[in-house]
Design a protein around this ligand. Structure first.
Ligand SMILES: [Zn+2]
Length: 142
């Protein structure tokens, strides 16, 4: 049984919501004109609460059923696909940390290589200038 106002679930035998004083109904209000579909289950009440908040944030009606420590989260079945989009991040959207690391490593190696080449060019240039200077010095003696 559910309260149509706060959507709290009650055990069979209750007929009025203790909080709102509303007569309880068979189906939660959120699913009055739709069949509820299970979105997910969780053993963690905090996680379930976060999912509930997330769904409410997107104007998706949510109700929970707790049975033996397991919390089932329901949404109207016509909103199930829509709700699932917000539930879990699409794996493809997640950055692959290994790939990112490899790319960073490669970039750094390329930079090192480039600076090595620059150093080599500088060394050759200095060497050439030095040789030219020595040559000019020797030549000026004669
Ligand atoms: Zn109530």
């Amino acid at each position: 049984m559910f309260c149509p106002k706060c959507e709290d679930e009650y055990q069979d035998g209750f007929s009025v919501c203790g909080r709102c004083n509303e007569p309880l109904v068979e189906q939660p209000n959120a699913c009055k004109d739709d069949t509820p579909a299970i979105l997910c289950t969780s053993n963690d009440s905090e996680e379930a609460y976060m999912i509930e908040l997330l769904m409410r944030n997107y104007d998706i009606p949510v109700f929970k059923k707790t049975r033996g420590g397991e919390i089932s989260i329901f949404v109207p079945s016509k909103m199930l696909d829509y709700a699932k989009e917000f539930l879990a991040p699409v794996p493809d959207d997640l950055p692959d940390t290994d790939d990112e690391f490899e790319a960073l490593k490669k970039e750094r190696e390329e930079k090192m290589e480039r600076s090595d080449q620059l150093f080599l060019i500088l060394l050759l240039f200095v060497g050439a200038v030095g040789l030219f200077a020595i040559g000019a010095l020797i030549f000026s003696f004669f």
